[in-house]
Write a protein that binds this ligand. Structure first.
Ligand code: NIG
Ligand code: FE
Length: 412
């Protein structure tokens, strides 16, 4: 296939050459003025000054950009639960009027309500719902999306969820990365202890997921209302032996989860709202990406995870949406990142890194999240002349153009 030169962009922020871990100042971020991107077969061949690239590649087809635009890598949302049916607006109304978690559970709300609603949906319907949500994300510049199961909670229903994600992945142009969250909570209709439920997942569910190649990642919710650290450790160890990559819902309300994530070499520890200096230090000394989920803090009305402290301690920090029907219904990743950056005092460079190559690392994907030769041509262009407009507009400024593997028009 021929080479395509796209540009000129008023600014290109390739986010290349920045560290995977620790704080980043804005002056570390390269900004290419009047830039162009040369692509071939969905991958980046070169990034640089548009006129220089044009002269050096006279046979390239020019895809002209008119008006001011700032080009960024496509965002990576490394934590979502968008495989669900129904709504939990009732929970939300109760929560904002001050009702407790227990009140909401008594009123029939909580995760179990979404399990019930999702179990009723057909695989086709679920695939349709996932596709709609993935395409909304894609229009907003999110080109890779992790999606968890976890509203099925038995063999048949977990397989249905993961199948639905697979089908949606063949329809949406976004890349969908499935994760098995069978260990979300103990389902109310399981006859046995939480330990027995985890055994069931290990013996009856994970081998089938592996055999059908439906997911290579396993997540668990370590929390008082879900699974305790000891049983979670055994579960994750066994999943690791089955060669699943590990991720953990950790330290959301109580600590314990992130230590296990670090000890077992999990790709990421997600939530961390309750992490203290001890957990921050452990995460910083590890290669586990600390994933901050501002959407859940906004949905629950609780404080943000200590993103600033994590970065200052030297951790790798990503920001994800946690898009789910209960605690994080908004699903607007850029808006959430803009809000957490204001509260946690994150630089523009740290915020963009957390949405791109650092989030890709949490998915163990090293072919995206930055614009440099060899990487996927997943890109988004904002209609402005200065990259600082993007966070300044707090999510209201959306990309005018999005490319997935070099293909333009996913949002037109
Ligand atoms: O990441 N913390 C556990 N699980 C989800 C919430 C899911 C739900 O409420 O349906 C989360 O916030
Ligand atoms: Fe989550």
């Amino acid at each position: 296939m021929v080479q395509i030169l796209t540009g000129p962009f008023t600014q290109i922020l390739p986010l290349a050459g920045l560290p995977f871990k620790g704080a980043i100042t804005d002056d570390q971020m390269l900004i290419i003025s009047q830039g162009g991107v040369l692509t071939k077969d969905g991958r980046i061949v070169d990034v640089g000054n548009f006129e220089m690239l044009r002269k050096a590649n006279p046979s390239a087809i020019i895809a002209g950009i008119s008006g001011d635009h700032v080009l960024l890598p496509g965002f990576v949302d490394c934590h979502t639960h968008i495989c669900f049916a129904g709504s939990r607006a009732k929970d939300y109304a109760l929560r904002i009027s001050g009702k407790s978690y227990m009140d909401i559970a008594r009123a029939g709300g909580g995760i179990w309500d979404s399990v019930t609603q999702t179990r009723k949906a057909t695989e086709t319907k679920l695939a349709e719902l996932i596709t709609q949500r993935a395409n909304q994300h894609l229009r907003e510049g999110v080109t890779t999306i992790e999606i968890k199961s976890g509203y099925g909670l038995n063999l048949e229903q977990e397989l249905k969820q993961l199948h639905a994600i697979k089908i949606a992945g063949t329809i949406s142009k976004a890349d969908l990365v499935p994760t098995c969250l069978g260990a979300h909570i103990v389902p109310r209709d399981f006859d046995g202890t939480s330990r027995a439920y985890l055994e069931y997942l290990l013996i009856d569910v994970l081998p089938k997921i592996k055999a059908k190649n439906l997911s290579g990642r396993v997540d668990i919710f370590i929390e008082e209302s879900a699974f305790n650290p000891t049983e979670a450790t055994n579960y994750l160890r066994a999943a690791k032996q089955m060669s699943f990559d590990l991720v953990v819902h950790a330290d959301q309300f109580t600590t314990g989860g992130s230590r296990i994530a670090v000890e077992l070499g999990a790709l990421s520890a997600d939530h961390l709202e309750a992490s203290t200096d001890i957990e921050i230090k452990q995460l910083a000394a590890s290669d586990t990406v600390a994933v901050v989920l501002p959407g859940a803090s906004l949905g629950l009305g609780i404080g943000f995870a200590p993103a600033r402290k994590l970065l200052d301690a030297g951790a790798s920090m990503a920001i994800a949406s946690d898009w789910n029907p209960g605690s994080a219904p908004m699903g607007d990743l850029l808006t959430q990142a803009a809000i957490v950056s204001a509260f946690e005092k994150l630089s523009t460079a740290e915020t963009f890194a957390a949405l791109s190559y650092r989030a890709a690392k949490a998915l163990n994907l090293n072919d995206r999240g930055l614009l440099e030769p060899g990487k996927l041509a997943d890109m988004q262009a904002y209609p402005c002349a200065d990259h600082r407009e993007i966070l300044y507009n707090q999510g209201k400024l959306k990309p005018a153009k999005v490319w997935k593997r070099g293909e333009i028009g996913v949002n037109e």
